[in-house]
Design a protein around this ligand. Structure first.
Ligand SMILES: Nc1nc2c(ncn2[C@@H]2O[C@H](COP(=O)(O)OP(=O)(O)OP(=O)(O)O)[C@@H](O)[C@H]2O)c(=O)[nH]1
Ligand SMILES: [Mg+2]
Length: 248
């Protein structure tokens, strides 16, 4: 028998780009998972840039299923879709997923439970769990994780957009830093961590063998450039704090 979880209401947010092949079947699968387990939730699907039937299908889903909300932005970029979805969220507990539902859905219950227990961010980690992804993608994220540890002293092991839980009240503090791309994840984790937000990392299972919607080369260059920007910004803040202390 399915377990019913007595959790507080939560918002799931999913950015989508040209997802006509999976948007309907995966939203319905997600709905089936959630309605059996939860009383109150919403699923916010946010598109930008899609040139296939994603927008028409997303609107149809929102008309058919009351918990589903859909929007489409003219401006391209997954970060903008995330920002809009986070602002729209009706509830304080937010869980981000990808439309390919490549992570184990039990993450949702774990994340919401931990947010309710006082954590500000829950990081779902594929490296701590299990992952079936191509060697190139594992290598790329492995290098990024090591660089973040080395440059920023961050010990987390997953900065991808899916399988993260956030309190909306924490997110709102950092939304102005969100740009077009995926770097908002590391920016938010890094800054919230420095500001004393309680963050916990938990393992997730991930099976993702389909081609990425991102251009892997562009994504790599953009992510590493942003990592250096973040590091430079923090080094600047650290040296200013040190100088202020010296002059006091
Ligand atoms: N709104 C929006 N969503 C996007 C955009 N690009 C990708 N997405 C969505 O972001 C989610 C992740 O895309 P995927 O192709 O599954 O990403 P991935 O390469 O498997 O991600 P990793 O887990 O980091 O390996 C999916 O739901 C995509 O539809 C974009 O430009 N705008
Ligand atoms: Mg994927």
């Amino acid at each position: 028998m399915e377990r019913f979880y007595n959790l507080k209401p939560f918002s799931i947010i999913i950015p989508v780009y040209n997802e006509q092949d999976v948007i309907v079947q995966n939203t319905e699968a997600l709905m089936a998972h959630l309605v059996r387990r939860h009383k109150t939730f919403e699923i916010i699907i946010g598109s930008n840039g899609s040139v296939d039937k994603t927008v028409a299908l997303g609107k149809g889903l929102a008309e058919r299923y009351p918990p589903v909300r859909f929007f489409h932005l003219p401006q391209r970029g997954v970060g903008y879709a995330f920002r809009e979805a986070a602002r729209m969220a009706r509830y304080d507990f937010i869980v981000s997923l990808d439309m390919d539902l490549s992570i184990d859905l039990d993450f949702i219950e774990h994340a919401v439970g931990l947010l309710d227990g006082g954590y500000g961010i829950v990081v779902g980690s594929k490296k701590m769990g299990q992952q079936k992804r191509s060697a190139v993608r594992k290598l790329g994220s492995g290098l990024f994780i090591l660089s973040a540890r080395f440059l920023l002293g961050l010990a987390f092991e997953d900065y991808s957009i899916a399988a993260k839980g956030y309190r909306k009240s924490v997110l709102l503090r950092y939304l102005d830093r969100v740009d077009h791309g995926t770097s908002y994840v590391i920016d938010i984790i890094c800054l919230a961590h420095r500001n004393g937000t309680r963050i916990i990392e938990i393992p997730v299972r991930c099976e993702d063998l389909r081609a990425s919607k991102f251009n892997i080369v562009h994504e790599g260059v953009y992510r590493f450039a942003n990592l250096f920007k973040l590091w430079l910004g923090l080094t600047h803040i650290n040296s200013k704090t040190l100088n202020n202390r010296r002059t006091r």
